[in-house]
Write a protein that binds this ligand. Structure first.
Ligand code: GDP
Length: 297
């Protein structure tokens, strides 16, 4: 059932960091996520990442893993937070070195700070002739955000998302930051996590990308996510490959739910299918009543 059993320290195992990329429009969020997605054949895994499922996992040369939320922009971040979902461990904030610190840069910083999520700055577009990374760092310093090469503690790295310059080093800094957080989860229990996105696929039915945050999700598990539920018929990773089990910090798309839950909805695994269905129905009814009330007002 949905009741939370407290994990004992000995149950906890290290887990990969979950990272969101934020920043001002056109500063290079998509380019950075695309570069990392396309380049991550580094670890010699077969096949590139072909699917856009809202999140993907990469394995670095040293074997360390990072899970990326592949929904650039802080709309996704704030939408999830509004639903009470805290999935991000670390925020990469992209700031273009040929521009100023812009309103959405400041917003992204504010969001990360409000969520208590450490920031790693990616000072982007350093390949451009008019790039001036120091101007950005000075701007950050003026906001009381001192990056490392300005004598502070906040990590930053100069990159070109277009050419991939500095991206590996940026990811190393993300991993350093992650080490400080000592991220852990218990893989040996029923899975729980958060929905990243969901849609109706013509051939496959409802496809929901979820991020497992604790426990292990398995094919055959009965899942309740927001107002929807169903038995997991199949699971696929970001390479479109079928997988049987997904542990903590693994993004995975699942088939078998009876509808599309919303981004930020939590999911849980139920032993009792009927109980899960009842809760889903109750939530749907509450939602209907609420919308009737708002219409009246
Ligand atoms: P987003 O709105 O933050 O997702 O920004 P995009 O990734 O879509 O990038 C906006 C524009 O900047 C695109 O035309 C990219 O090709 C370009 N761009 C992104 N990163 C770099 C970079 O490192 N160098 C250069 N020269 N252009 C870049």
């Amino acid at each position: 059932s949905i009741e939370e059993v407290e994990d004992q320290p000995e149950d906890l195992q290290p887990r990969a960091p979950i990272v969101t990329v934020m920043g001002h429009v056109d500063h290079g969020k998509t380019s950075l996520l695309d570069y990392i997605r396309e380049e991550n054949v580094i670890a010699g895994e077969s096949g590139g990442i072909t699917q856009h499922i809202g999140a993907y996992g990469v394995t670095l040369e040293g074997g360390q893993k990072i899970a990326f939320l592949d929904t650039p922009g802080h709309e996704a971040f704030t939408a999830m937070r509004a639903r009470g979902a805290q999935v991000t461990d670390i925020a990469i904030i992209v700031a273009a070195a040929d521009d100023d610190i812009m309103p959405q840069t400041k917003e992204a910083i504010a969001h990360a700070q409000a969520a208590g999520v450490p920031i790693v700055f990616a000072i982007n577009k350093i390949d451009k002739p008019n790039a001036n990374p120091d101007k950005i760092k000075e701007g950050l310093a003026n906001m009381n955000l001192l990056v490392e090469d300005w004598g502070g503690k906040i990590q930053s790295h100069d990159i070109s998302a277009k050419f991939g310059t500095g991206v590996n080093e940026l990811l190393e800094k993300v991993l350093l930051e992650a080490e400080l957080l000592e991220l852990k989860a218990n893989p040996n229990k029923a899975a729980q996590g958060t929905v990243v996105e969901a849609f109706l696929d013509k051939g496959r039915g409802y496809v929901s990308t979820v991020l497992v945050q604790a426990g292990t999700l398995r094919v055959g598990d009965y899942v309740l996510a927001g107002q929807h539920s169903g038995k997991v018929k199949a699971m696929q990773d970001e390479r479109g490959q079928d997988i049987e089990a997904a542990g903590p910090s693994t993004p995975v798309s699942i088939l078998g739910l009876d509808g599309a839950p919303q981004a930020g909805d939590k999911f849980n695994v139920f032993e009792d299918e009927r109980e899960a269905k009842q809760i889903a129905a109750k939530r749907a009814q509450l939602q209907r009543e609420q919308s009737v009330r708002t219409q009246r007002h």
